[in-house]
Design a protein around this ligand. Structure first.
Ligand code: COA
Length: 170
């Protein structure tokens, strides 16, 4: 299996991977909205591919932190085909996201998801270090931060989902 940035030829497979993993079309629409926006970071839309088959996908995009509309990366959606879950593909996609974000000197990653899964990658509750979840988030327990090497703990504020990406599907 290899993990690499998506190309234009991957787009249908990425849509299918998200639809199957989530059992609906919302996340695939979010991926398309992110790609069409200036929040998109091509090197952080990653596919996991084995023998020509796309098995997983993860994307990260910029959200705002108020005050000041400071842009920080949020990871997600993360999707692995149901037939290939629990084989380490999600783990590999997450660690590659963290590695690439470090090479970009990003200070942190945000994520909305299940702490039982994301704590293993170093995510902890964002509000505990002063970053409040967006209004649309499913409660503070599920809104998490992964500090990176250049993280400054004085960074504080409220995350805002951009209307053109997360705001368009939530
Ligand atoms: C969540 C998801 C991305 C994990 O990817 P994966 O490749 O199956 O995960 P890995 O093989 O790397 O890790 C497996 C471990 O993660 C844990 N795990 C997997 N899915 C989990 C979930 N939904 N909640 C909590 N823990 C989970 C389990 O502990 C599992 O270990 P185990 O097999 O020893 O019990 C994948 O299951 C998926 O696409 N699910 C549907 C979509 C989704 O919920 N995406 C995340 C929200 S953005």
């Amino acid at each position: 299996m290899i993990i690499r940035p998506e190309t234009a030829a991957d787009r249908d497979a990425i849509r299918k991977t998200n639809d199957e993993a989530f059992g609906g079309t919302i996340e695939a629409k979010l991926v398309d909205a992110i790609r069409a926006s200036d929040r998109y970071v091509p090197e952080l839309s990653l596919v996991a591919v084995s023998e020509g088959q796309t098995l997983g996908h993860v994307i990260s995009s910029y959200v705002d932190v108020e005050p000041g509309a400071r842009r920080v990366l949020q990871v997600g959606p993360l999707a692995v085909l149901p037939s290939h879950q629990r084989r380490g593909i999600g783990t590999a996609l997450m660690w590659e996201t963290i590695r690439v974000a470090e090479t970009r000197a990003e200070p942190l990653l945000l994520i909305e998801g299940n702490p039982a899964y994301y704590e293993r990658f170093g995510f902890t509750r964002a509000d505990a270090v002063g970053i409040e979840p967006p209004e649309e988030a499913h409660g503070p327990r599920y809104f998490m931060i992964r500090p990176l090497a250049t993280y400054d703990p004085r960074f504080r504020g409220r995350a805002i989902y951009p209307p053109e990406t997360f705001g368009s599907v939530l």
